[in-house]
Ligand binder design. Structure first.
Ligand SMILES: *[C@@H]1O[C@H](CO)[C@@H](O)[C@H](O)[C@H]1NC(C)=O
Ligand SMILES: *[C@@H]1O[C@H](CO)[C@@H](O)[C@H](O)[C@H]1NC(C)=O
Length: 122
């Protein structure tokens, strides 16, 4: 019984430490949307945009760098090496959401966060 109690305290402390250490560092340092919007059919553009970003997301499960290219949409993401894979993916997701929100239909964007760098070009 005592050993179980000690173990569960240990696990709780570990979980708290994880919580403190986990930080995707998605503070924005710079954001730039391209000055021009895509002239292509929007649904085709968004479809390729999705494929490129989905391709990058997959690569991030085993590294801090990813690049993908799908039918005219080129993308790149780089996380700082000290981020965990989980935080790197979270930084990427935050950046992707911001690009979709702030640069809708733009034919390119780049975004620098404390923890990661994201760009795409058309
Ligand atoms: C691009 O399209 C978005 C959404 O329609 C619009 O808000 C923005 O002003 C456009 N930007 C340019 C450079 O035309
Ligand atoms: C792109 O992906 C988002 C979410 O992942 C989805 O809501 C949207 O319908 C997709 N768009 C296209 C054109 O595939």
């Amino acid at each position: 019984m005592r050993i179980i109690r000690i173990c569960s305290i240990f696990v709780i402390v570990l979980m708290i430490m994880q919580g403190i250490q986990s930080d995707p560092q998605a503070e924005e340092l710079l954001r730039q949307c391209s000055n021009s919007n895509t002239t292509n059919d929007l649904s085709i553009f968004l479809n390729n945009f999705n494929k490129t970003f989905n391709g990058m997301r997959k690569q991030l499960s085993y590294g801090h760098f990813a690049t993908a290219y799908y039918t005219d949409v080129f993308g790149l993401v780089q996380c700082r090496n000290y981020l965990s894979i989980k935080d790197c993916v979270a930084c990427f997701e935050a950046g992707l959401e911001q690009i979709k929100r702030d640069c809708p239909q733009a034919d390119g964007a780049h975004l620098i966060y404390q923890g990661c760098f994201l760009r795409f070009d058309y």
